[in-house]
Design a binder for this molecule. Structure first.
Ligand code: CP
Length: 318
């Protein structure tokens, strides 16, 4: 594996989950794989989980880690070609990525969308140019449209906690005061659609009208605007806000109550609750659920280590 940017970069979800759980059971069994290798983590946006879990995963494999907070500590980046750099940008991605590739054997990049121009964000121009010019394998630490390490950790968590052979997994939209990217729900949908194809789960998405995700991420997935209908009999409920894809980057008015509570989840008495974090309590998700034994959010964040370690091990073993 030379690139991990989406579910399309892996063969089978089941194999990846099995590999990750084997690493969880025996974290230091492959320390020689990363010996004398360097991982560079490049952040253009804030991160708690991705930063720490990926560093820990690399350390478990014997790697050295360099972290670059490009947004705060790096030169302002230019990504467009063919322009005279007489504005505020100081360094072109062509040189910046290539230089980082000189110092690292593997690179990870986090870059959020601007949510101003859909075409620009969904072209993944910055991420693709970074891959093109760095010259070493790249892991997405969340891009404009996807967050694959999060989705892998999510399916690991579902497989660990499932009580039935084919659990019902629901992705439900949640309210928020800010416009958030579609990267996590896009990616979650893409991974769950593949897991459904592999016969591992049943998957349903529910959201208010106007919050339809791009079709490329929801192929073969049942979608309903009726949250109660979607939640009925659910085994896992994945809570996430996202801004509109159609009316790009907008927070649309929603009249009904969409925040998941003990009351709204009564229709799914066995359901566990998931969220990628960070979460805004009692806005996106009721604190009563977060603080209950129905919440898997901490286990899910913990599994980010094994997701990252499984991906790094594959890249280093290629
Ligand atoms: N879930 C997630 O990616 O968290 P961070 O943004 O803190 O890395």
């Amino acid at each position: 594996m030379n690139l991990f940017s989406s579910v399309h970069d892996i063969d089978s979800i089941q194999n990846m989950v099995t590999e990750a759980l084997a690493l969880k059971a025996n974290p230091f069994a492959h320390q020689s794989v990363g010996k004398n290798k360097t991982l560079g983590l490049v952040f253009l946006n804030p991160s708690l989980r991705t930063r720490l879990s990926t560093q820990k995963a690399a350390a478990n494999l014997g790697m050295q880690v360099l972290v670059m907070n490009m947004d705060k500590d790096g030169w302002a980046l230019e990504t467009q070609d063919g322009i005279v750099m007489n504005g505020t940008s100081v360094e072109h991605i062509r040189e910046a990525a290539a230089v980082m590739g000189q110092y690292c054997d593997v690179l990870g990049l986090r870059s959020f969308p601007k949510l101003q121009n859909r075409e620009e964000d969904y072209s993944e121009d910055l991420f693709n140019k970074f891959v093109q010019f760095c010259g070493v394998p790249v892991i997405s630490l969340e891009s404009a449209t996807r967050h694959p390490l999060q989705s892998l950790a999510d399916i690991i968590t579902i497989k660990e906690h499932q009580k039935t052979s084919k659990p019902k997994v629901v992705l439900t939209w949640a309210p928020h005061v800010k416009a958030l990217p579609q990267a996590v729900p896009n990616s979650f949908s893409e991974w769950m659609a593949k897991a459904q194809e592999e016969g591992l789960i049943d998957f349903v998405i529910t959201h208010p009208e106007g919050y339809e995700l791009a079709e490329e991420f929801t192929k073969g997935v049942r979608i309903t605007h009726q949250q109660e209908e979607a939640l009925a009999g659910a085994d896992f409920v994945y809570v996430k806000n996202w801004s509109s894809y159609q009316d790009y980057g907008k927070v649309l008015p929603v009249n009904e109550e969409w925040m998941l509570t003990q009351k709204s989840l009564a229709i799914a008495p066995n359901a566990k609750v998931m969220h990628c974090l960070p979460v805004r309590r009692d806005l996106e998700l009721a604190a009563e659920l977060l603080d209950s034994n129905r919440s898997l959010v901490i286990a899910e964040a913990g599994n980010r280590v094994w997701a990252a370690q499984a991906v790094l091990k594959r890249i280093l073993s290629a």
